[in-house]
Design a protein around this ligand. Structure first.
Ligand SMILES: NC(=O)c1ccc[n+]([C@@H]2O[C@H](COP(=O)([O-])OP(=O)(O)OC[C@H]3O[C@@H](n4cnc5c(N)ncnc54)[C@H](OP(=O)(O)O)[C@@H]3O)[C@@H](O)[C@H]2O)c1
Length: 258
């Protein structure tokens, strides 16, 4: 029997690399996707993985045709994956009163939202036909309520949560599960430059293990770590007047030019 296959974007760094490593540790094969092909190939070599165990596909999540081609190439060379994780994402602060930041907003939405749809697209029909598979979206606790200075990212991650929910209902009758994982603060290059406090900061390997367990269980939505799950539930029901006061003075994510 061939080992189960994971197709994962954003595999050149952070959470994506940690999930890929944990999947391989559990005996699975990998299809790794990101723009930095040389880094991914060097990493695969450093792990001592054979071409059967891990293949690299270079694609920009914002390039819809390139993502479709990567998905099709994976199916042709490695077969239909058991799990597809749309993890590639960027997080940049914006001030939408500044015209220059509208381009940043576009880049965030193209990467985090259109990139996710383009990641899933080639796999949806074949998974439905096979009547099994898992499509996984990486959201964020920042998608639960809008964070000041982070309008682009909060918008994109709220979009991930709703998009995956739509897809979950559409796919369920075909035996295909759609799982949304909302990380809190995970220690990766994306968070290392943050100037604000990051409660319950979690190492990426620990996150990866808990995320793969949640994916295997086929849950609808899981916040990791659990402490941020409690906070997320609270955030959902907090009246605006309390929420606004609580977050208005919070230090903000750096903008592109900062
Ligand atoms: N770290 C956290 O605390 C945290 C919290 C909540 C949610 N998340 C989410 O988790 C995911 C991974 O984040 P991370 O913390 O691991 O960040 P990271 O270390 O910066 O990694 C981001 C990954 O996304 C890829 N990527 C970015 N833009 C891309 C593009 N246009 N096309 C293809 N790949 C692209 C990067 O690869 P290349 O540059 O090689 O293309 C890289 O592999 C993101 O969706 C992020 O929003 C992270």
């Amino acid at each position: 029997m061939t080992a189960p296959l994971l197709f994962i974007t954003g595999a050149s760094s952070g959470i994506g690399q940690a999930m890929a490593l944990e999947w391989a540790r559990r005996g699975g094969r990998l299809a790794l996707v990101a723009r930095r092909g040389d880094e991914m190939r060097a990493w695969v070599q450093a792990q001592g993985w054979s071409a059967d165990q891990a293949a690299v596909y270079v694609a920009d999540a914002r390039d819809l045709a390139a993502m479709a081609a990567a998905g099709r190439a994976c199916i042709a060379a490695q077969g239909l994956p058991e799990v597809v994780i749309a993890n590639a994402g960027i997080s940049i602060g914006v001030d939408v009163s500044l015209e220059e930041d509208l381009g940043v907003l576009r880049a965030v939405l193209e990467t985090n939202n259109l990139g996710m749809a383009a990641t899933f697209q080639p796999f949806i029909a074949p998974m439905r036909e096979r009547r099994s598979g898992r499509l996984v979206g990486i959201a964020s606790v920042a998608g639960i309520r809008g964070l000041p200075g982070h309008a682009a990212y909060s918008l994109s991650k709220a979009g991930v949560i709703s998009f995956c929910e739509s897809l979950r209902v559409e796919c369920r009758p075909y035996g295909v599960r759609v799982v949304t994982i909302a990380p809190g603060y995970i220690d990766t290059p994306l968070t290392r430059g943050n100037s604000y406090s990051m409660p319950f900061l979690m190492p990426a390997d620990k996150f990866a293990s808990q995320a793969l367990d949640a994916i295997a269980a086929g849950v609808g939505l899981r916040v990791i770590p659990w402490q941020m799950g409690v906070l997320a539930r609270l955030l959902r029901i907090l009246p605006n007047w309390i929420y606004d006061r609580a977050v208005s003075g919070r230090a903000r994510k750096a903008r592109k030019s900062q």
